[in-house]
Design a protein around this ligand. Structure first.
Ligand code: BGC
Length: 483
């Protein structure tokens, strides 16, 4: 099995690509927008944004007093990242933020989602503040505001300060108070200008890949640490929500979750009931584990008994402390999961039948392209008592071909058209979905996959840092045009 098939909780079965043939003769034209799909159909208050994350774009990994993060440490080790790449330079957003925000505005987006690098603010994770880091985020926020772009901040998009990892990271319960200190500082410092906050990005991904599969930083493969980290993350997420609400007047508080529509593999009529149970376990692990505690439902132990051990890490009061009534939930969707029972996969006893094996359309990371999946996850999450759903990430990586100064990424345009149709369908059926953020604003550092997968609406030449808006970016510009 090559490393690409292990991407994204791969060992638990969630995978990822193909090198699709790009149609290079595609010429961007208004005609590509189906007549029934218009931004107006989503309503005038629907939010349209694009997203990025600190480690994937900022670069400047050791500049102006920034401390190292677990991703600096991990990418500097051998054989962890495709082609040995790292985020030392990335897209140099640290230098280029003004130009990137200008491009976001040019494409008519009204919202910019970015994350704060914890170790740029607290180089050692707690205690001493790095004023230069604070100034940088003030500048980014001000640039957004001066351009009428609403800043949406993620507090934790995976780049834990390395100093805290040395103390055990998310597996050490003390992290809850370290995280609270960081959240309190950021919200007190930026809260008068920023109202929209996401506590964490995709806990299922960073805890699963970081503590169970070891495929992401900090590279740990230990089911007990996975469970401990899960419990601490869930408490920190709820505590973080409370701190934001306390410090920021009129705050809009959320957190983001990776979610996939999960189906049993049903080719075998006699044994398919085993796959139904496997899909249920997979759903508990990938979709339900991190959101249900905040909703007061506890961990989904009934559906995935291997989670039972998490109760050992409870301290008095935790049950209440896990609950937090978020103003919105960020849903992030990239693929469908088709599950089969497998006794060879520890803990989960289930595996994914990859998109490649099923011979279905895929993106470059071998994630299945399955537009109905986003409709189905919105419907699944709408069954919870959730006030507001924002699609905080959705997007696709295809190999892009730069022709002169154009990138005719027709397959990416088709991706957005078909996914957005499904979002609209769910909305029209009453789902409380009120925003859609593209992943990603620019091409960037795609974690273990390095710089090869390109998710951006804006192409980045990583040698020169030249930005070029792709046809998909022009498609959005046209789609979001205010007449
Ligand atoms: C993450 C992003 C990542 C994207 C594409 C999401 O899970 O939040 O950081 O780049 O998926 O893999």
């Amino acid at each position: 099995m090559n490393r690409r098939t292990w991407i994204k909780l791969g060992g638990m079965g969630v995978t990822s690509f193909l090198l699709p043939t790009q149609s290079v003769d595609f010429l961007f034209s208004k005609k590509t927008i189906p007549t029934k799909l218009s931004a107006q159909a989503f309503g005038k208050d629907f939010l349209w944004g694009a997203a990025c994350a600190a480690y994937q774009v900022e670069g400047a990994w050791n500049k102006d007093g920034k401390g190292p993060s677990i991703w600096d440490e991990f990418t500097h080790k051998k054989n962890k990242i495709h082609k040995g790449e790292n985020g030392d330079v990335a897209t140099e957003f640290y230098k280029n933020y003004k130009a990137d925000i200008a491009l976001l505005k040019e494409m008519n987006f009204g919202v910019f989602r970015f994350s704060i690098s914890w170790s740029r603010i607290f180089p050692s994770g707690t205690g001493k503040i790095n004023q230069k880091g604070v100034e940088f985020y003030h500048k980014v926020i001000d640039e957004c505001i001066n351009n009428d772009i609403e800043p949406w901040i993620t507090l934790y998009h995976w780049d834990l300060p390395q100093a805290l990892q040395q103390e055990g990271g998310w597996a050490n319960r003390k992290i809850i108070s370290w995280f609270n200190e960081y959240v309190a500082f950021c919200t007190k410092t930026f809260g008068s200008k920023v109202k929209n906050w996401m506590v964490m990005n995709e806990p299922a991904a960073f805890v699963g890949l970081g503590y169970m599969l070891g495929y992401h930083a900090p590279g740990i493969k230990n089911p007990f640490k996975f469970l401990k980290a899960t419990h601490h993350v869930c408490i920190a997420m709820a505590d973080g929500g409370r701190i934001i609400r306390q410090n920021v007047a009129d705050a809009n508080v959320g957190s983001t979750f990776s979610c996939s529509h999960i189906e049993p593999y049903t080719d075998d009529p006699i044994l398919s009931y085993k796959d139904v149970a496997a899909a249920k376990r997979m759903d508990a692990l990938l979709n339900r584990l991190y959101i249900e505690p905040s909703l007061g439902m506890g961990y989904p132990i009934d559906s995935l008994p291997a989670l039972k051990r998490i109760e050992r890490y409870y301290e008095p009061g935790d049950e209440e402390r896990l609950k937090f009534n978020f103003d919105f939930i960020g849903l992030q969707n990239y693929f469908r999961v088709v599950a089969r029972k497998s006794m060879f996969v520890p803990f989960l006893k289930a595996k994914q039948i990859s998109a490649e094996e099923r011979n279905v359309p895929m993106n470059e990371m071998k994630f299945e392209v399955y537009p109905e999946g986003i409709y189905k996850v919105i419907k699944q999450f709408s069954k919870y008592d959730i006030k507001n759903i924002i699609i905080t990430e959705n997007g696709v990586c295809y190999e892009d071909v730069l022709l002169g100064n154009r990138i005719h990424d027709s397959k990416r345009i088709e991706f957005f058209e078909t996914y957005l149709e499904q979002v609209l369908k769910a909305k029209n059926e009453g789902a409380p979905v009120n925003g859609y953020f593209v992943w990603s604003l620019t091409d960037n550092f795609e974690w273990s996959e390095g710089y090869e997968p390109r998710f951006g609406l804006i192409h980045v030449d990583f040698r020169t840092q030249k930005r070029t808006i792709k046809d998909s970016g022009y498609w959005f510009k046209d789609f979001l045009r205010i007449e």
